[in-house]
Ligand binder design. Sequence first.
Ligand SMILES: O=C[C@H](O)COP(=O)(O)O
Length: 250
Amino acid sequence: MRDYFIAGNWKMFKTPTEGAAFVKELSETLKGTSQKVMVAPSFASLDAVGKALHGSSVLLGAQNMAAAEEGAHTGEVSPIMLKDLGVSVVILGHSERRAIYGETDELINTKVKLALKHGFEVILCVGETLEEREAGKVEEVVNQQLLSGLEGVTEEMLAKVVIAYEPVWAIGTGKTATPQDADSVHQVIRQTIGKTYSSATAEKLIIQYGGSVKPGNAKELMAMPNIDGALVGGASLKVEDFTAIVNFNR
Ligand SMILES: O=C[C@H](O)COP(=O)(O)O
């Protein structure tokens, strides 16, 4: 039996002041919730949000991380800095990082290994574009991103990896994969992990779905056998909506 994990990715929204006020309210509305929950503010808001989360069970996540520990990397944020800010989870390989900032599977893999070395939990994002889906390449693309992203990651290290399946065409578009379509890709991911590592490890792997998750569709998505949580963008920006998604099973 796997535990659900609901993560909010704020992307480039919310100032430090807004973020801090948001998580204070969220911690109140989530009191008594046993679900594993994370919010990932922008780098600029990590400090304020981390302080506002003090005493809360909500985890602090980062949306990205540099591929190096320190050095002449203008504009980058290292794992050591994230650690110092109280971050415990790092999102890597998000499709916006891949598409807008040209992150390759190789770079993402370097980041994954570095994040694991520093003890972070990693949410590794994979997912196909509409063009790739229409060309019947979903499995090929997802497996390629998955296996490249995990190159050199041992079975022991995999215990700290969560996979987020985010079909690019469903992100921020209001179009959600049907629960059955999403689940079949989650099943492919689980099978690939089973073949590459072991069936016991595959059984334990948390696979989140991301792409227009809302209070209205969270329950049916999460009811699928291979969907173990959500990586939520837009709906994680409103306390009411995010709380409803976290509490989908209440
Ligand atoms: O990281 C979150 C995903 O990109 C989903 O975003 P969305 O819920 O706004 O579609």
